[in-house]
Ligand binder design. Structure first.
Ligand code: EPU
Length: 417
């Protein structure tokens, strides 16, 4: 079994360069198959979720070349085939092949996607969106077939501003006849990044980043060159780590506006930051104030940073309350923080954290990707040794986390035990 071992209480100094955004890249890669020519995407993070998507593209017959940080996808040789369950369930974002293949071939068969077990994670809004465009959906157990004679633009109101449903509907609607309007669309920066790629390929999308997106269908999409935005969740994770144990830690290659909600919470607890155009320098302060936070859709506080931030709250003086509104099951890291010495009382969707408390290293589990990031943050400030199991979750989303942290002075090792 592979584990991460951390010897805590080291001060971190230097620069961590943030990689391309996982949640953008995982949508851009399936989107590329809508083109008739090569699509080159740079600033691709080197994480296992990207390998899983590459496997699906290769299964479909695409010619894929990976260089250091870029990927060139030649979709000319693709054959529309049912994507087997073992590939679909490797990651959540396999569901973007639904929208992309439906848009291109008017038919797709694949299985329910995988991903972190942080809630029920239904795909009803994606499927309703495809149906509104004229497709019929049939399913046998986990296997879904979505098929349309013609895709026709329509007005689609999303009950929840879902990131996945917004992107999937855009992917199908770019090749529908006429105009599609998505209302109550998700506004996350990743949506804008995907819309920009599609527009670079010749699509006609306006309003991405607002709650109303208009898509005028086109007959053909061409090749292009595109760049993945910096990962705001990776940036946020390292900023939180900087507040916990940074001496002078620079988090570089970021878009600070994408993490305004985190910056504001850090300011509220009293963190010390120097915010530049594309970097933030952060140093640990001797004491922080408690605060309350509630996860919300963008531009609210991201659910994906709630777990790492809760580690910081164990170091704040007083009583902090965390309320999770996006996922039903995103407090699985808290029992492990309790095992390390944190004082937390937990109810179904909220947790009260009393601080400051010293954390003591022990054996903990990465129950999901961001829970794993929280365990790394906790291990870095704990006394003694923290051993984190199930690290495959962490490697799905954080590029070279061991190397990046080691380069700024952390004692962290990936080991086979
Ligand atoms: N929802 C439905 N029906 C749907 C789709 C969503 O009820 O058809 C509900 C979900 O159950 C959830 C809420 O709507 O309660 C929001 O889900 P959303 O669709 O926005 O999430 P997602 O697209 O599945 C992406 C990220 C997640 C991130 C969420 C929220 C990817 C691959 N995943 O998930 O990232 O937490 O948006 O911002 O982009 C992570 O990176 O660790 C991660 C889990």
């Amino acid at each position: 079994m592979k584990v991460l071992e951390i010897i805590g209480e080291q001060e971190l100094s230097g620069t961590i360069r943030v990689s391309g955004a996982k949640n953008s890249a995982v949508a851009l890669i399936p989107a590329a198959l809508l083109a008739m020519e090569d699509v080159t995407i740079c600033n691709i993070p080197d994480i296992t979720d990207i390998n899983s998507l590459t496997e699906i593209l290769q299964f479909l017959g695409a010619n894929v070349k990976r260089a250091s940080e870029s990927i060139i996808i030649d979709p000319k040789t693709i054959k529309n085939r049912a994507i087997p369950e073992e590939l679909s369930k490797k990651l959540r974002a396999s569901y973007y092949f639904m929208g992309a293949l439906l848009g291109k071939y008017k038919e797709v068969t694949m299985y329910f996607p995988g991903g972190c077990s942080i809630g029920e994670r239904p795909i009803d809004l994606h499927l309703k969106g495809f149906e509104a465009l004229g497709a019929t959906v049939t399913n046998e157990g986990n296997k879904y077939t979505v098929r349309a004679q013609h895709l026709r633009g329509n007005n689609i109101y999303l009950d929840i501003a879902s990131v996945g449903a917004t992107i999937n509907i855009m992917l199908a609607a770019v090749r529908a006849e006429g105009i599609t309007e998505i209302d109550n669309a998700a506004k996350e920066p990743e949506i804008v990044n995907v819309a920009t790629l599609l527009n670079n390929m010749g699509a006609k999308i306006t309003g991405a980043g607002t709650s109303t997106i208009k898509i005028t269908g086109v007959e053909e999409l061409h090749g292009c060159f595109h760049e993945v935005i910096p990962d705001r969740i990776e940036a946020g994770t390292y900023l939180i780590i900087g507040a916990l144990c940074g001496k002078i830690l620079k988090i570089d290659n970021i878009i600070p506006e994408h993490i305004d909600s985190l910056i504001s919470k850090l300011q509220e607890i009293g963190a010390d930051m120097d915010i530049g155009d594309d970097y933030i320098i952060i140093s640990k302060k001797d004491s922080y104030h408690a605060t309350n936070l509630k996860t919300l859709v963008y531009p609210g506080f991201p659910t994906d940073l709630q777990q790492p931030f809760s580690v910081l709250l164990t170091q704040c003086s007083g009583k902090s309350k965390v309320t999770e509104t996006i996922w039903e099951n995103r407090f699985m890291h808290l029992p492990y923080l309790q095992a390390m010495g944190a004082e937390i009382s937990l109810s179904s969707q909220s947790a009260t954290i009393y601080g400051p408390t010293e954390l003591i290293g022990t054996r903990v589990k990465a129950t999901d990707l961001r829970a794993g990031a929280a365990m790394v943050a906790a291990g870095l400030i704990a006394s003694g040794k923290t051993t984190i199991t199930n690290i495959e979750h962490i490697l799905r989303g954080y590029e070279q986390i061991v190397e990046k942290l080691t380069s700024v002075g952390a004692k962290i090792e990936s080991k086979e035990i």
